[in-house]
Design a protein around this ligand. Structure first.
Ligand code: PFF
Length: 452
């Protein structure tokens, strides 16, 4: 990757490309189920606070590192300080953990698209439809393979350019559709309770788990602490406004997640009753709740199908950038050509993702730290590895490389870095302390040392 380093066509090009990677299943599928599970309003509040503090700090740092060095993650850290190449390697592991299970969920999205297109909406509204589906051995596996193959084909033949163009058209349509469906959901009988649950923070529901969940989600959703934004930064033009771009990506990503939650969480109250059980559905929430919403709408079959096509598209743009990252790591590390690297990465995704998919059916007896396979991979990447990478990034830049490097990059061309003081305190002190606490908590919880 190092030899030909293109740059984006300008600030907007950069923002769109980064947003295309950032906006995906994390916003549409993961954020709503976490918000539902972790107390609604309080989760949103914690998430927003983290986004403008920790998220801002990390994204500025990563993009600046990338632009400054012009290299992707391992090379970038090495160039700043030879001792820190290992942080880059650590970050590289994360996309390898996420990609397989991301493709499994992508497969579920295609399945639901097929359900709507073939007019089986009624059947899909029954309570056990989804759990029965994922427990089957072959069917989810087939949808998963289709999704992974689609991703691999794009990465292999490299039609990203077209995909990026398409996503600039399809993303706005997705936003309009989400807005429309949320208005419909909010105004459905019984939904008001859900809107309150989603918007009004209930401080008694606050716990360290809320912070852990919100932080893991922040990293995941903004593609942070895994080297992606470093790579993207390396493609950014020197003259472009780094700080402004970070703001825009953050606002866009958060707004989509917020709207997706506004669509799904009140629906849980209107269409499934706001019971604890309904709110705690976890990864299956979107697939259990939305068919009920669409079924109750006039032209619901058509609107549902359109919705799932758009979700599929958002998922694909993200999975492509995930697989692409795996491929470029294999290319760089083992000096293999692109075709071979893509093949190896795809075989890896198929094997590990296959296990994750079967983990809901024939392999459901496999539990690691009490978690099923998908939840385990999600936990290891979001709650353990990403906080470690984020912590090491803050410490290495804050105390060894020194924040001046980041200031210079942000202030390049005479721009102002308004939050410089705030940024420095966040980078050197607040973020590392919070990250250490959160890590200790995550590990203690997983090991069963503490109960929440
Ligand atoms: N940020 C993406 C999402 O929210 O769905 C997930 C992701 C995509 C992470 C691409 C990392 C990445 F490189």
């Amino acid at each position: 990757m190092e030899q030909k380093r293109d740059s984006f066509s300008g600030k907007l090009g950069f923002v769109f490309a980064a947003a295309g990677s950032a906006v995906g299943l994390g916003n549409l599928w993961r954020f709503p189920y976490l918000a539902a599970k972790y107390g609604g309003g309080i989760f949103i509040l914690v998430y927003l606070i983290l986004a403008i503090t920790l998220g801002f700090t990390l994204m500025i740092t990563e993009i600046a590192i990338g632009r400054k060095t012009g290299l992707s993650t391992v090379g970038a850290f090495k160039k700043l300080d030879k001792r820190f190449g290992f942080i880059g390697y650590l970050g590289c592991i994360v996309p390898f953990i996420i990609t397989p299970y991301y493709c499994v969920i992508g497969g579920w999205v295609i399945k639901y698209l097929a359900v709507f297109v073939t007019g089986q909406v009624k059947a899909a509204t029954s309570d056990n439809y989804f759990s029965d589906f994922i427990a089957r051995p072959a069917e989810p596996l087939i949808w998963f393979i289709i999704f992974a193959a689609l991703t691999a084909i794009v990465v292999m033949i490299g039609v990203q350019k077209g995909i990026e163009k398409a996503s600039t058209i399809l993303m706005p349509i997705l936003v309009v559709l989400i807005l429309g469906v949320s208005v419909y959901c909010i105004t459905s009988p019984g939904a008001m309770e859900g809107v309150k649950y989603y918007l009004l923070p209930d401080f008694s529901a606050f716990s360290a788990t809320t912070v852990l969940a919100a932080m893991g989600q922040l990293f995941y959703s903004m593609s942070l602490a895994m080297g992606i934004m470093i790579t993207y930064g390396s493609y950014m033009k020197k003259e472009d406004d780094l700080r402004g771009s970070v703001r825009q990506i953050e606002i866009f990503d958060t707004a989509i997640a917020f709207l997706a939650g506004l669509m799904i969480v009140p629906s849980v109250f209107a269409f499934s009753g706001g019971s604890e059980e309904a709110l705690n559905k976890g990864p299956s929430l979107m697939f259990v709740t939305l068919p009920k919403v669409f079924e109750s709408m006039t032209f619901g079959g058509f609107i549902g199908a359109t919705f799932f096509i758009l979700v599929l598209f958002a998922a694909l743009t993200s999975s492509i950038s995930l697989l692409e990252t795996n491929v470029s790591i294999i290319c760089d590390k083992f000096g293999m050509d692109r075709k071979k690297s893509t093949l190896i990465a795809t075989i890896y995704v198929l094997v590990v993702g296959g296990l994750v998919s079967l983990g809901f059916g024939p392999l459901s007896f496999i539990k690691i730290l009490g978690l099923g396979l998908l939840d385990f991979f999600d936990f290891i990447s979001n709650s353990v590895l990403m906080p470690i990478v984020a912590l090491l990034t803050c410490i290495s830049i804050g105390f060894f490389v020194k924040p001046q490097v980041i200031y210079d990059e942000v202030e390049y061309g005479g721009r102002k870095f308004k939050e410089k003081k705030f940024y420095t305190i966040m980078l050197k002190w607040v973020s590392p302390i919070c990250l250490i606490l959160i890590l200790l908590f995550a590990v203690s919880e997983a090991m069963g040392w503490i109960k929440v």
